[in-house]
Design a protein around this ligand. Structure first.
Ligand code: AMP
Length: 396
């Protein structure tokens, strides 16, 4: 059984074809700059990757281009589309409607549309991808996997904001949380690595990439998470500011004369590592500048680690202890220096990082010392495989 997983962004469309028998990637690719004159399509894995220059005016054409490449008689990966059993779509916002992935029907499409105002850059392209697949592969089962679904188990004390209650009742202003598929995947994998049932574990999962979020997981359920009504809340990120005093927003608008749009752009695209270092949103660049003596880069680096550290601390208390802290994504998986800074000085809390194990790379591993009551685990995330598994489960 092969499953096609599609992740449509505002101007891109990523995909993976997954073989569910071997649970491996058959092929993958990305259509970039969708809607622009210089759009292109990258297809294939590692050395087999090729770049196809093709005009992709919209997501429908992008899906069409992907399907054409997959069934190409000379270079294709499947003989026909019949070999693809079903399609899974990553959908960023499912609001309060979905606590699990679902088979897509008209009702689901309507609900995703309803949530578009909460994720205006992400839900509409996902819908375009779904509609394109319905048209180009009629009758093929399709599944939606929501970034928000895993966090629907949060109790009200975690998802409510201390605003007037009507803001929640009338406008559904509450914490939704994101990166749910990644948090769920690494929690499940960590339990297997630790050889304990997930239900018996208290975990703090840390998705640290360009976007960053933490989740507190108890009995396999998300009970709190750092991203909120939007993916702007919480930790300092590559270009996003995360938590700041909300009065800064009104100050920027009222005192500095910024438009609401400009303030939003500043917080989403010009802040975080980029805003503090003034150099880059990429931690590798910030690290290199730090090592070359750049003080603002060093400050950005310290602020990033401190932001993660403080959030981990708050979740230890919220959970009443923790069995393992699990790290993933670009920074969490690869940056031993950032991991060292995050876990420095926590020995009195039973967190002992093994400096030697911390330098290893590229596979699922425990990087805490044997004697450490709290385990530190690194799990390379695989949201596409998680979505493909949901598709297989729901379409079985
Ligand atoms: P992601 O959003 O998961 O793709 O992660 C992107 C972030 O991971 C960027 O800030 C990268 O700088 C960071 N990253 C990737 N590889 C490394 C590495 N080897 N060392 C430090 N940061 C890395």
């Amino acid at each position: 059984m092969k499953v096609l997983v599609i992740n449509a962004g505002s101007s891109s469309l990523k995909y993976q074809l997954v073989d569910m028998v071997t649970q491996t990637i058959v092929t993958k690719g990305i259509c970039e700059r969708v809607g622009a004159d210089d759009s292109f399509h990258k297809h294939g894995i590692d050395t087999d990757e090729r770049v196809i220059s093709v005009y992709l005016p919209n997501h429908y054409e992008a899906v069409k281009a992907v399907l054409q490449v997959l069934v190409d008689p000379h270079t294709g990966d499947v003989a026909s589309l019949d070999e693809i059993a079903a399609v899974g779509h990553r959908v960023v916002h499912g609001g309060e409607h979905f606590s699990d992935s679902v088979i897509i029907d008209e009702n689901v499409i309507r609900r995703i549309e309803e949530c578009s105002s909460l994720a205006p850059l992400h839900n509409p392209p996902a819908l375009a991808g779904i509609r394109a697949c319905s048209e180009l592969m009629p009758g093929k089962p399709q599944v939606a996997a929501f970034d928000t679904a895993f966090h629907q188990t949060m109790p009200p004390k975690a998802y409510m904001y201390p605003l007037p209650y009507e803001m929640f009742e009338k406008y559904r202003i509450r914490r939704y949380g994101f990166h749910g598929t990644s948090h769920r995947y690494i929690a499940e994998r960590a339990a297997i690595l630790l050889d304990k049932p997930l239900i018996d574990l208290k975990l703090i999962t840390c998705h640290l990439g360009n976007g960053c979020s933490l989740a507190a997981i108890d009995h396999g359920c998300s009970v709190d998470t750092s991203m909120g009504f939007t993916p702007l809340e919480g930790l300092m990120m590559g270009t996003r500011c995360g938590n700041i005093d909300p009065a800064i927003v009104t100050f920027m608008i009222e005192e500095l004369g910024m438009s609401a749009h400009a303030a939003n752009e500043l917080m989403n695209k010009q802040s975080g590592l980029l805003g503090i270092s003034g150099l880059s949103n990429d931690l590798r660049d910030v690290r290199a500048a730090t090592e070359a003596g750049n003080e603002r880069a060093a400050l950005a680096y310290e602020m990033y680690s401190n932001s993660v550290k403080k959030c981990i601390g708050s979740y230890v208390f919220a959970l009443g202890g923790v069995d393992a802290i699990v790290l993933t994504a670009g920074v969490g998986e690869n940056c031993e220096r950032m991991r060292r800074m995050i876990f420095q000085g926590l020995e009195s809390l039973g967190i002992y990082m093994d400096q030697q194990l911390n330098t290893q790379r590229g596979f699922e591993r425990i990087i805490s010392e044997e004697r450490s009551p709290v385990k530190i685990v690194v799990i390379p995330t695989n949201e596409e495989l998680m979505i493909a598994k949901d598709v297989a489960r729901l379409c079985a």
